[in-house]
Each structure stands twice: as structure tokens, then as C-alpha cells.
Design a protein around this ligand. Sequence first.
Ligand SMILES: Cc1cc2nc3c(=O)[nH]c(=O)nc-3n(C[C@H](O)[C@H](O)[C@H](O)COP(=O)(O)O)c2cc1C
Length: 309
Amino acid sequence: MTDMERTPDTSVEICGVKFKNPIITASGTFGFGKEYAEFYDINRLGGICTKGITKERREGNPSPRIAETPMGMLNSVGLQNPGIDGFIKEDVPFLNSLDTVVIANVAGKTEEDYCYTVLKASSLDCVKMVELNISCPNVKAGGMAFGVLPESVEKITSAVKKHCRKPLIVKLSPNVANIADNARAAENGGADCLSLINTVGGMAIDWKKRKPILANVCGGLSGPAIKPIALKMVYEACKAVKIPIIGMGGIMSSDDVMEFLVAGASAVQIGSANIFDPVAGLNLINELTNLMKKCNINNVREITGSLVI
Ligand SMILES: Cc1cc2nc3c(=O)[nH]c(=O)nc-3n(C[C@H](O)[C@H](O)[C@H](O)COP(=O)(O)O)c2cc1C
């Protein structure tokens, strides 16, 4: 068999959970998978991360809540979701039928909300990991996000960890003073894994109308525009902690995937790419396999953290 014929090993293992490949769809950009299953066999994916789930159902923010920007997009969807009970009723039966890793992304306004939803989500058979979105405003702390100060990152992580029956991923916000401090805070709080980055705070203005484009005024920037920011933060977080890291931010090609792995990520998530092209996940898996063959890489795990400075 020639090198070009051999199928490279794309599998990765994170916190004891086995993924077929390092490509996971990112929260909020893939719903609960059902709509995308009409476009391709989503079991090909390494994993699926659900839309943010909260204790109660949420309608989300008023429209317009998406704006195109140069090399990216702004969103202020505002965590529209059916709530944990709606999720269990409407989406879990479909997720139970899948043969890919399901990660439940959880959000909340109070520590109690998070703990309640994490306990319920992590008790489900189909959920193999929980991802904590700490970019939500903490109502008890005057609206500042849980994920801004390292002290509050550690506090929310350790509170949630006690209720989490599956490995806990803490998803870090890039809108912070020092990502390494927040990465360490999550690790100290008991996180099993980190994922980063969430969206970068941004704004778009229609100057002729003297109005913001998003009804919510500001939103979160994602897509290729944020890739260099994400790579730097993944690199810095990887140096700061011992737990595995899932990288994301602007990934559109298999070269982008490789860059995050080289920076230290064990797997990646694909967000806006799913919105630009519904079959992006599948294309990336095929592209990654071909790229590995072309570069004589037999095992994707060899790439993680191989950056030479
Ligand atoms: C429309 C939209 C909705 C999102 N909703 C969530 C969410 O509910 N929870 C969350 O943790 N991240 C959410 N994100 C952030 C993404 O999961 C990801 O962190 C971010 O978009 C960066 O990756 P990308 O550049 O590949 O899109 C959302 C992003 C977009 C574009």
C-alpha cells in the first residue's frame, strides 16, 4: 500500500471520550443537529456541540440579530433555546439516534441556574460532555459576564463541577484582560477541559440612519476575522494549563484546523463556517484526511502542540 492509499488515523481522545476526528460543530451554529442531518451524514463528525441550553426556554433577542462584517459576522441571537425540559422532550430522541459525540452547551443567569441545567443535561445518556458558556451576564453581579474575572471563572466552575456527571469543558471568553489567568482559574475550579474562543465583542453601524445594525446594539464577532486572536489565545491557554484544549475561532479550511492543533489544541470546533456553508463540517473532515495523506501524517494526535518557537 502506498502512503497516498493509507487512511490516516484522525481519531482523538479527550477526557476519556473518543472522537472519530477532531472536527466538532460549535455551539449556536448547528442547532441540535437535526436541520444539518438533511444535508449530510452528521455521524461523520467528531462531535456536535448543542446550542446553548438554559433552565427556562428563551425567545432570544429581537431582530436583526445577525450582521455580515468584513471576513466575519456579528450575532446577538441571545441564547434562543427550548430550555432544558424542551431540549429533553424535543431534541434528545434525535440525539439518542446519533453515533457521534454530543456535547451539551449550558448557559445561565445565576449559579443556581447553571447547576440545575448542568445536572439535568449531564444525566442524559446521549450527552458525553458538558460545555459551560460563561459569557452570559451574571445578574447577581450587576450584569458582568461570569467569564470576565478569574475569581468568578473559578467560582462558577467549582460550583458547577459538583453537579456535573460527565467531563466538564469550560468555554472561555476572549473579552478578558489575560486569557492565561482565566484558563488557570477554570483549571483550578475543576474544569476537565477548556474550549476557546467564544465571540469577540463587536458592533456594526449604518451611519446614514445613525443606527446600530443589530437591534441589541452590540454583538459577538466570529468567523475568519477573529482567527489570529483565537490562535494567540489558544496558544497562551495551552501554555498555562495541563488539561486538554478545544480550539475555535474562524476555522474555514483544513490548514486552519492544523494551525489550531499545532498551537496546542486537541480538537477544534467549527462555528460560522456552518452558517456560510451547511456542509462545511463534512468538507473539512475530507480535506483534513487528504491533507494528512499529502503531508505524510499518519496520526492527527502527533500534531497537537508541535509548534516550534
Ligand atoms: C449565531 C451564533 C450563535 C452562537 N451561539 C452560541 C451559544 O449559544 N453558546 C456558545 O457557547 N457559543 C455560541 N456561539 C459562539 C460559537 O460557538 C464560537 O465560539 C464562535 O462563533 C467562534 O467560532 P467561529 O469563528 O468558527 O464561528 C455562537 C456563534 C454564532 C455565530
